[in-house]
Design a protein around this ligand. Sequence first.
Ligand code: ADE
Ligand code: ZN
Length: 346
Amino acid sequence: MREYPPTTSLNIFLVLPKAELHRHLEGSLRIETMLEIANEHGLTVPASIVHLSDMVQIGENEPYTFSNFLEKFKTLRLFYRSPEVITRVTREAVEDAARDNVRYMELRFTPVALSRAERFPLHDVMDWVCKSATETAEKFGIDVKLIASVNRHESTELAEQVAWIASNYQDKGIVGLDIAGNEAEFSGKPFAPIFREAKESGLKITVHAGEWGGAENVREAIEVLGADRIGHGVRVMEDENVVALAKERGTVFEVCVTSNHQSGVTPTLKAHPLSKMIEAGLKTTINTDDPSISRISLSSEFQMANEKLGLSMKTLKEQTINALQAAFVSEEDRERLVKEFKRGLE
Ligand code: ADE
Ligand code: ZN
């Protein structure tokens, strides 16, 4: 890796029970699985893992920019060729999280991305993901909830369809609606009515903002889109008034340090403002975003936060409890989760 030879043992972080609020299914595909899918479906992708990984993972010698980061998702869209593939990649994403000792995960997925290659109906794709996630979660004893994600750079019509289905799939494990994509060039405002309706239906709202755009986008996410949580949001630190707004509203930040570095938000890992956000009194959590694209796990991210950002073990554990406090679950489930985690974190 470019700047991160770890010195402590990963095991110290692996054994901690962890909670993840911000992980994309599409950024969680195993490279070996992609090669198998490519062979089975006659996709013209490079025949070796080394070359395929260059196309879908961030390498050491490529630009760390958001446009390069988003390019990876375009290649990934070629892989969703059958219900079996979508079922399999969901199963493996949940399994990989469980093996990393993630005990609670909100996995977000982009139905439009999964449906595109074969023009699958959106509700079918959402059925396959919900079913596979629920079955695998049960098998591995991990709590998994789902968040449907739409993109700013795609149409509001598509977003409306996804939001409507998600609202009707709350009994199948969908708990939230997210908006991601090209924040630098696309406003969230046109999506406001869709997010308002989703919230009224009972879904929780999380918004990618203040990542590739400034603090004003965090304000927009909170005031216009009704965000309960912000994906990334690190650039909130550029405006003390928006910091104050987030604190007043109790908005929680889903921080993804390595992803921020790889997409050009911070020049180095060490320069990441997570510690400053914590010092400012913001509610923060630690997340992977796209573990496969970034070649990380939640445990390795905790290790990095400890070694590179100087977060103590106590602070790391507090980040986990913050995640549970902000999880999109019932108060009854939250109480149970906090109890279980506190036992494991002692
Ligand atoms: N889609 C997938 N990962 C993303 C990110 N980090 N920011 C915005 N959109 C995304
Ligand atoms: Zn994300």
